[in-house]
Write a protein that binds this ligand. Sequence first.
Ligand SMILES: NC(=O)c1ccc[n+]([C@@H]2O[C@H](COP(=O)([O-])OP(=O)(O)OC[C@H]3O[C@@H](n4cnc5c(N)ncnc54)[C@H](O)[C@@H]3O)[C@@H](O)[C@H]2O)c1
Ligand SMILES: O=C(O)CC[C@@H](O)C(=O)O
Length: 389
Amino acid sequence: MTFRVLTLNNISVRGLDRFPRDRYEVASEIGHPDAVLVRSADMHEMSLPESVKAIARAGAGTNNIPVGKFSKLGVPVFNAPGANANAVKELVIAGLFLAARNICPAWEYVRGLKGNDDQLDEAVEKGKKKFVGYELPGRTLGVIGLGAIGVEVANTAHALGMHVLGFDPQITVQRAWQLSSGVEQALSLDDLFSRCDMVTVHVPLIDATKHLVNANRLRLLKDRGVILNFARAGIVDEAAIIESLDAGKLSAYVCDFPTARVKDHPRVVALPHLGASTGEAEENCAVMVADTLRDFLENGNVRNSVNFPEAVLPRTPGAARIAIANENVPNMVGQISTALAAANLNIADLLNKSRGDLAYTLIDIDGAVPDSVIGQLRGIDGVLTVRKV
Ligand SMILES: NC(=O)c1ccc[n+]([C@@H]2O[C@H](COP(=O)([O-])OP(=O)(O)OC[C@H]3O[C@@H](n4cnc5c(N)ncnc54)[C@H](O)[C@@H]3O)[C@@H](O)[C@H]2O)c1
Ligand SMILES: O=C(O)CC[C@@H](O)C(=O)O
């Protein structure tokens, strides 16, 4: 069997190499794709053929993908958790220094100077007082969102001598273990803003995080504060940022999202969405999602999905496997196993997991499964997809 993978963005070659050429066709134009491999391409208005069984995001954020729509169709969306976290962390730490030492305006000042070396010397010595900065030790950084990136940023800033406050009401046990014990827990977002010189956001863009950085919270920040946003543009209220910069309350906004509103402001440093743009991160993400996708297409296993439950079942030697996605309602497994029993099929192993409105079942069956049985399973009310793998 050959699987067909449609790519919507450039994907690192090392990731693409994970798909064996004899079993996979991978291309940016391909008919009847089994899966879609994407980075930042906006999929919200895209219509995809019914052949698509999975979406794989070679990165962290999935706000470019209509995850809810795919959930209703029983299609898993995968991402690459943590695979680009170090790359983003390094750029955020660079952002702290850019802001604290006024590096971008100072650089612009120098590029605007004219004259011979003596004249330049004079202008440099005269002009540099405008760019006096501060050092990071002793300053307080607030880190909102302590996931893969936030934890790395918090730990590194703490190691640089900063006092670090973190806020994440849904922090996982794994991330809590990784977090330096020197990072203090903020009681609320308002508590965090009111105690910080600099604040960096590392949360997904969802309804609850839209304009999380707003005028009210900016007012709480210490004077001459700094906001860093390497998460998504919509997490900050840009009008409030500009107002706060113009009022001199905020001294800099460092971000990865050069929107029309912010990009030309003299106190904004806007980079062209570079957080994950290192060779290492691009490879890590591509390799991780390629492996995840292969395991799903070839074995039905689900790892690193943002909408499906984790479901990994070792294959039973000699058994056929079916993978079923269905609505998470009572008696689905009962109806499925009744249909299999009626066809005289014996279940060798079974795994059933649920997450929110979705449930997913992997069943290993002794012997072959006739197509007629697959058809019957598809006919059960609430079943979304059935696949022989
Ligand atoms: N600039 C870039 O190139 C780049 C690269 C990678 C990720 N990102 C962005 O950064 C985001 C975070 O990435 P990650 O890998 O750390 O993801 P992650 O899923 O590991 O961490 C996100 C964390 O945010 C927390 N969170 C969610 N809502 C929150 C809220 N209201 N308040 C506080 N915490 C909240 C979650 O509990 C989680 O711990 C991504 O969703 C993406 O949008 C940008
Ligand atoms: O693919 C990219 O370059 C950006 C990815 C980044 O925004 C992410 O959410 O992982």
